[in-house]
Ligand binder design. Structure first.
Ligand code: HEM
Length: 426
């Protein structure tokens, strides 16, 4: 029997993912700027060579001709055209391990159909019904308990609340307060197979396979129970059981595998974005005072954080035919690395792109992706972040950085975020 607590397991899993995706982080945005100006369409595996991190091409990296694009318009053109730039390679290597409804790696009609089935559960009207639940979890389980200490590392809360919220929304019974940490640790371990180092990849694949199975079993119990009860609740599993598109409904296996895929998609992405939003809120001069007294600015803070520091710095696609980008011919069957971190700071679209400015005119950026695979959970993520930021501003008077601790620093070549955000309040 291991005596490592579930919370520690989650912390270890998160640290291990951060290590895998940290890479060579020095001046990521400077490197992107230089490429955008000199070589906006790069022939070669930019990510492996210059960032030193695995990609979502995962196990197939190195098996195809590879290119990277750096300009806003090129990244947008690739991400919006899922016919010529496909995603199914994501499942090629991991397919057997994942087995089931992995929407991220689906293409064409199959993707469109599944997306249409799932989308309604995630649209703002439906998502907003979850607000009281999200507010309760964030306030009662996280912010209120830490108040007496008058100081905290906000990432203690930031690591845990997104998975705790998803666990509540999925509809797990809430009588075991720590169990969600075990599920969250499994969810993160599902990413462990994606390693540059071959020996580590082998070990990671074993861990991933076990985690995938354990999570599936836990979810399946819930799915069967919900279905037996008539799926009348407002939880995500019930919503998915009731979803229907063109006469099709999801079976238990599909509901369980889709819900399983949500736990890693929803957890650490939101953790990292929370770390960025809090870092800017507390370090940009005058910003916390403005936002505290005008809460309509919270969504702008979140949008600008997602532009300025996307939690994932690139997305990869495969060409389904020969294509031409910026005068470079890219043969069919190549990987195209879309450098989101570069596109989000392209000065031809964003004025003073390296300045964090919540007042800038809103334009699409790519932190939630773009086109047919754009994040289906973005309204959930934004609502969670809104609830968390508002709770902190409401309940922690004069919230500010702790002058006795190092300032937060956002790092990581692929998955970015601040490890800690030390704060105090009155
Ligand atoms: C701040 C938090 C989040 C960020 C930054 C984020 C980012 C992204 C991005 C960039 C993609 C596109 C991937 C691609 O094009 O290959 C994506 C897809 C997806 N996200 Fe999120 N996400 C977040 C939170 C969530 C949450 C809370 C959920 C679920 C409730 C979720 C579920 C999904 C799913 C299912 C997809 C696949 C959609 C598809 O392939 O059609 N995400 N996300």
């Amino acid at each position: 029997m291991s005596n490592v607590s579930n919370a520690e397991k989650l912390e270890q899993a998160y640290a291990s993912v951060s290590d895998t995706y940290r890479g060579l982080t020095e001046d990521l945005y400077g490197a992107c700027r230089q490429m955008r100006e000199t070589t906006p369409v790069y022939e070669g595996d930019y990510i492996a060579k210059f960032l030193g991190v695995p990609t979502n091409a995962g196990l197939q990296a190195g098996t195809r001709p590879t290119y990277a694009v750096f300009k806003y318009q090129d990244v947008m053109n690739v991400l919006k055209d899922a016919k010529r730039f496909t995603s199914s390679f994501i499942l090629e290597g991991m397919g057997k391990v994942w087995d089931g409804l992995m929407i991220l790696g689906m293409d064409g009609e199959a993707h469109r159909h599944v997306r249409a089935l799932l989308q309604p559960a995630f649209m703002p009207d439906n998502v907003n019904k979850w607000r009281p639940k999200i507010d309760r979890v964030v306030r009662e389980d996280f912010v209120l308990p830490m108040l007496p200490k008058k100081k905290a590392d906000l990432m203690d809360m930031g690591l845990h609340f997104p998975v705790r919220v998803m666990y509540a929304l999925v509809g797990f019974p809430e009588n075991d307060a720590d169990e969600y940490n075990q599920y969250a640790a499994w969810a993160l371990s599902m990413l462990a197979a994606n390693q540059l180092d071959k020996a580590k990849a082998e070990e990671g694949r074993k861990i991933a396979a076990q985690s995938v199975k354990s999570l599936y079993d836990a979810l399946m119990v819930q799915v069967k129970q919900r279905r037996a009860e008539g799926a009348k609740g407002d939880d995500l599993i019930s919503r998915l059981i009731n979803a229907e598109y063109e006469g099709h409904k999801l079976d238990d296996h599909e509901v369980a595998t889709f819900a399983r895929s949500l736990l890693p998609a929803a957890g650490e992405t939101t953790t990292r974005t929370f770390s960025a939003a809090m870092t800017f809120l507390l370090t940009v001069p005058g910003l916390v005072e403005r936002v505290r007294s005008d809460r309509t600015l919270v969504p702008k803070l979140i949008d600008e954080a997602v532009r300025f520091e996307p939690s994932s710095t690139f997305k990869v696609r495969e060409t389904a035919e020969d294509v031409e980008i910026g005068g470079v011919t890219i043969p069919k069957g190549s990987f195209v690395q879309c450098m989101v971190a570069s596109a989000n700071r392209d000065p031809s679209v964003f004025e003073n792109p390296d300045v964090f400015d919540i007042d800038r005119r809103q334009k699409p950026s790519f932190g939630f992706g773009f086109g047919p695979h754009m994040c289906i959970g973005q309204f959930v993520a934004k609502l969670e972040l809104l609830c968390a930021i508002n709770a902190l501003l409401d309940l922690c008077p004069n919230l500010r950085l702790d002058p006795e601790q190092p300032s937060p620093r956002i790092e990581g070549a692929h998955l970015r975020g601040a490890k800690s955000v030390h704060v105090i309040w009155d």
